[in-house]
Design a protein around this ligand. Structure first.
Ligand code: P6P
Length: 335
């Protein structure tokens, strides 16, 4: 039972017992993410004021220009989790390979690995549109006490023990799950505390919002084209409303509250779509399913996909259950 004005810290303590691995390490991990999010939020909120905008000059493994805030956010999340000595390894969109933590220390006793997109939607920073951080947490599968291995990161999404995002929007929110529902906490920047503002978040089973970059329409598979035309057809509660921010976290968050579907399908330009399985699709799919929603690649459950590489991309359809199932129906019928 959530109390009024409960802080994130109080919520974690109250619910720690319900988490099957009650070592407290996961709680400390969520706390480290909470701290890093406050630090990044401070920089994101003043990005327009100081010369922190613009590409850092480098490009990441995706070949995308790294905005300075991408680099900053990546460093802050890695630094916070490293300093708290909680995880044995970290993988990031901004890092070519995974990072082994405690490599100098022979006792790799920490049990968790974290995969993170430190600042998703960062191309929106220069135009003051909301962006987000996405994180995914697994228990390692290789022996505790040995250096972390790639297989600790290449786990199916069903094995996640926690996942969530921070949305740096009109307000800053931390939304996460440890497998017992989804809860949203809003930051009060005046005092630096997060308050439980959205307990037990759920996708409405139906919605009237579809989110897709229709500029790619001619490149989409026929099934997606057919579904988009279905959304636009005058019939019943349609046409639906098209809303696409260009920031996955923002589109997902709005659709979870109002009901809707987000699609980044494969296309003739991107044979596996654009979104990365391990640190975008898996965590958002875990959240979606925990919130009574659904997430697939158009045919298969995202959380059942067997990863093969750290930065692999998959087609992504996610949101209100009935909308996702309708899109899947069009995909099947078009085959
Ligand atoms: P496009 C941001 O780069 C991102 O990964 C998601 O946050 C967003 O939904 C998508 O890509 C936008 O991609 O190709 O439509 O600009």
């Amino acid at each position: 039972m959530s109390q009024r004005n409960q802080t994130l810290g109080e919520f974690i303590i109250e619910n720690q017992a319900s988490f099957k691995y009650t070592s407290g390490e996961l709680s400390r991990l969520i706390n480290s993410i909470r701290l890093a999010a406050k630090v990044v939020n401070h920089e994101v909120n003043k990005a327009g004021l100081v010369d922190i905008l613009g590409a850092a000059g480098d490009t990441n493994i995706q070949g995308e220009d790294q905005q300075k805030l991408d680099v900053y956010a990546n460093e802050k999340f890695i630094q916070t989790m490293t300093n708290r000595n909680i995880v044995c390894g970290i993988a990031s969109e901004e890092e070519d390979d995974f990072i082994t933590i405690n490599s100098q220390d022979e006792n790799h006793q920490n049990k968790y690995v974290v995969l993170i997109d430190p600042l998703d939607g960062s191309s929106n920073i220069d135009v003051n549109v909301s962006v987000g951080t996405i994180f995914s947490v697994f228990r390692r599968v290789t022996p505790v006490g040995s250096p972390v291995q790639m297989e600790d990161f290449l786990q199916k999404g069903i094995n996640q023990v926690a996942a969530g995002y921070i949305i740096y929007g009109t307000s800053t929110m931390l939304v996460y799950t440890t497998g017992d529902g989804v809860n949203g906490f809003t930051l009060n920047p005046a005092i630096g505390s997060y308050y439980l503002s959205h307990p037990n978040m759920q996708f409405p089973e139906d919605g009237r919002i579809y989110s897709v970059n229709e500029g790619n329409y001619i490149h989409f598979p026929q099934g997606i084209k057919d579904y988009i035309k279905y959304c636009q057809k005058e019939e019943g509660d349609r046409p639906y409303t098209s809303r696409y921010i260009g920031s996955l976290v923002s589109d997902f968050h709005r659709n979870m509250i109002k009901g809707g579907i987000y699609m980044y399908p494969k296309s003739s330009k991107a044979s596996n779509g654009k979104l990365r399985l391990l640190y975008e699709c898996n965590p958002m799919a875990f959240l979606a399913e925990q919130a009574n929603g659904k997430a697939s690649d158009g045919f298969n459950r995202i959380l059942e996909i067997e990863p093969t590489e750290l930065h692999q991309r998959v087609p992504f359809i996610c949101g209100s259950k009935n909308m996702v199932e309708k899109a899947e129906e069009f995909m099947r019928n078009s085959q």
